[in-house]
Design a protein around this ligand. Structure first.
Ligand SMILES: Cc1cc2nc3c(=O)[nH]c(=O)nc-3n(C[C@H](O)[C@H](O)[C@H](O)COP(=O)(O)O)c2cc1C
Length: 264
């Protein structure tokens, strides 16, 4: 039986642990169907109302993610209030305009679609959780190195939880959208008052989901032979500086969007 009710009772949760026989493909196939069909859209059917139970199911998936030191350093704010969604959207649209002016050459999507998302979850973390990971806290160079590593552990932990939530949404039939672009302190300052977020808490991502406004499309995936290595790093996979530059210049927009003429 799939567990849908949060279980605080570790003993019964332990008893309920149930993996299939090694090699039995039935759950793998169901999981891959969800993974393959988790597709980003950047505009949703704004009239759809997410049933409250779906938030529970999605947050429950986030809650079970693995994390460094089992710190579970994620906080998830479900935003149902349309004026708040609109204000957050305004920030992103302004950021999009700024990037266009700054000539970053990044094919920034149309962030107006944020306001159309029926499911709108702001993913936050308390960055002080880095202290739960191996750090020295003595101000030394060595400490800086460990702190850098600790920050990566924290961000990977939150990403693992976010991914669980995205997959749960996809398993429920929703399209999803993962929005970051909010690393800057300025973005933090803009976002915090809208959601009454304390200063120690950072907004890391926005997770949008809902029925798509137009037919979703599957994006390019690198073939297996480009990413898989066995026993040693296959240097044939290593790109030169020029190849990488060329990829960013000529291919990036084509893998992000359906075609070069379209930015969604
Ligand atoms: C860590 C991460 C950050 C992302 N940040 C953004 C973002 O800031 N804005 C955006 O429109 N899409 C963002 N995306 C969505 C990606 O562009 C999208 O997943 C990718 O193009 C592949 O498309 P797919 O999700 O349909 O497979 C992000 C995805 C990930 C995993």
């Amino acid at each position: 039986m799939t567990e849908t009710v949060p279980s605080e009772d570790l003993k019964s949760a332990e008893e309920a642990v149930d993996l299939p026989e090694i090699g039995d493909l039935s759950r793998y196939d169901a999981l891959m169907q969800t993974i393959r069909n988790r597709v980003t859209v950047r505009k949703f059917d704004r009239d759809y109302v997410v049933p409250e139970a779906h938030y529970d199911l999605i947050l429950e998936a986030a809650r079970h993610a693995p994390s460094g030191a089992n710190a579970q350093p994620w906080q998830l704010i479900v935003v149902r209030d349309q004026p708040t969604k609109d204000k957050i959207t305004e920030y992103f649209v302004a950021e999009q305009r700024f990037r266009a002016k700054a000539k970053m050459k990044f094919p920034t999507p149309d962030y107006r679609g944020l306001a159309t998302a029926p499911g709108f979850i702001v993913v936050c973390s308390d960055m002080r959780w880095v202290n739960a990971f191996p750090v020295l806290n003595d101000g030394s160079d060595l400490d800086r190195m460990y702190h850098e590593n600790a920050e990566r552990i924290l961000l990977q932990s939150v990403a693992a939880s976010t991914m669980s939530a995205h997959l749960a949404a996809a398993a429920l039939g929703y399209n999803v959208w993962w929005v970051t672009a909010i690393g800057q302190e300025e973005a933090q300052r803009a976002m915090r008052p809208l959601l009454d977020i304390p200063d120690d808490i950072s907004v890391l991502d926005i997770f949008l989901f809902g029925p798509a406004a137009a037919a979703p499309y599957k994006r390019y995936r690198r073939p297996m032979e480009e990413i898989a290595h066995y026993d040693r790093y296959n240097r044939a996979h290593q790109m030169s500086e020029d190849e990488l530059k060329d990829w960013i210049k000529s291919r990036r927009h084509r893998v992000m969007y359906k075609d070069s003429s379209r930015v969604d």
